[in-house]
Design a protein. Structure first.
Length: 121
């Protein structure tokens, strides 16, 4: 009986870990900070991601993953996004949405990503 309980606990722990990915760790693991900054505040021509709406970030990453975005940033972002699982995308989007929001750079972010975007939106 103790053996079954132990197996159950280990299985539950594994499943919990699989469903609760650490967005901050993934942001670091995949090198997102190299372009977007350690705190996702943006660097140079690379836009800030901190504080952006979770749904927007998730949808944008999924679109990059599918190759449906043809903006001026698509060539850089697609290879990164294509490495991510849907669960990792959700975790990263959730993490980024909780970071401090710089209101001045928010407008810049949306403007830059819409330039050259052929999706019509």
């Amino acid at each position: 009986m103790k053996k079954f309980i132990l197996i159950g606990i280990i299985t539950a722990s594994f499943l919990y870990a699989q469903n609760n990915l650490d967005g901050a760790a993934l942001f670091s693991k995949y090198g997102c900070y190299g372009c977007h900054g350690v705190n996702a505040q943006g660097m140079g021509d690379y836009p800030p991601l901190a504080g952006k709406p979770e749904a927007y970030l998730k949808n944008r990453l999924l679109e990059y993953k599918k190759g449906t975005i043809h903006s001026n940033r698509a060539g850089t972002m697609q290879p990164f996004a294509q490495k991510l699982s849907t669960e990792e995308i959700e975790a990263i989007a959730k993490y980024l949405s909780t970071l401090y929001k710089d209101h001045e750079s928010s407008e810049r972010y949306f403007q830059e990503f819409e330039i050259g975007d052929s999706s019509g939106s």
